[in-house]
Write a protein that binds this ligand. Sequence first.
Ligand code: ZN
Length: 425
Amino acid sequence: MSDLLSFLKKSPTRFHAVAALSDALDKAGYTRLSECDDWQLAVGGKYYVTRNGSALLAFRIPRADFSGFMLSASHGDSPTFRIKENAEISGPDGYLRLNVERYGGMLCAPWMDRPLTVGGRVLVQNGDSIETRLVYVDRDLLMIPNVAIHMNRKANDGYTYDAKTDMVPVMGIGSEAGSFRSVIAQAAGCRAEDILGHDLFLCLREPGVIWGMQDEFVSAPRLDDLQCAYGCFEGFLAAQESESVPVYALLDNEEVGSLTKQGADGTFVSDLVDRICAAFGRSRVSALANSFLVSADNAHAVHPNHPEYTDATHRPMPNGGVVIKYGVRYATDGASQAVFTAVCRKAGVPVQHFSNRSDLAGGSTLGNIANAHTSVNTVDIGLAQLAMHSPFETAGAKDTDHLIRAMTCFYSSALTENNGTFTLK
Ligand code: ZN
């Protein structure tokens, strides 16, 4: 993968993100495993495995006996609208519309008046088998039109968006417009009646851009959390071997609570740890005690027009470096903060800190949830961004490189702990 924007272009949905990472791992000589098989893991081997086509784990087995696991976890899903099963709405009048529901907590207004399409996966009957096919309708197919200011004079005074009324995309006019299912079938290369199931979502069509007086900013769909997913991945690939097992995780469903088999509240990471420990006769408990998780999910930058939303003394800026996040909904503590700060110092990467303004609840992320299944020292980090959960988000153009450098150093390290003394080497 040459850069962040090309990764984002290849990743209009979580399924496509997993496919793009899988391609990159194939090219880098990694062996694809299946969770359905027994594994024969070799010392010096490089592997990856996917679950549900929407989560991925990649790892390497070091040549020396390993002390533990150096893990990162990001999420591949982002707030969007899911296409319902019986999707077509005929009318009002001659319009053909698409029945959608909210997936995650998005900003609604910026979804309007922009070219949209549909992507995801379909399950297709083929004889006795049911095949998964990725779908991306590569053309401007849908729009969610605003109401004109002349008809809603209060539009600029604050507006409550009702998903069932305001956020319904239009895709055609008249009875000749064709059927939505046939458009999907054509994109999937199958007959409409052979589609047995689907996970399809609205996708913004606009490509990402670098902009600003000195190209300071990157704006694109799905920066939360594919910017972190990309930075951690590049760091994972670039790292030197250490006496630890480097594990890269891209998980699904963070935006709706992670409570799925492919989410952080599933057993995907924990099952991998079990398999690797069993294969090399290691105790899971002692290996996890010498392990560390970087939960990487983007953070809020100070807003240029609304700086008052940010805490008085925790004010991350775009391009200011990796952000360490603290708060009751984060897994960061003094020990994990110290270890990750030491990693960033070694890598020469600046660190900033985020904490919610004391009267704001803020959001949650992967770290705490993953710890319920794989309990390890964990730091929550991210890169500073604006307009989180807009379909078109903005971050610092230099911060991706900050994260790559920090994660290269992290994955090149092994951690051991002895009663509160941590050693990184
Ligand atoms: Zn996120």
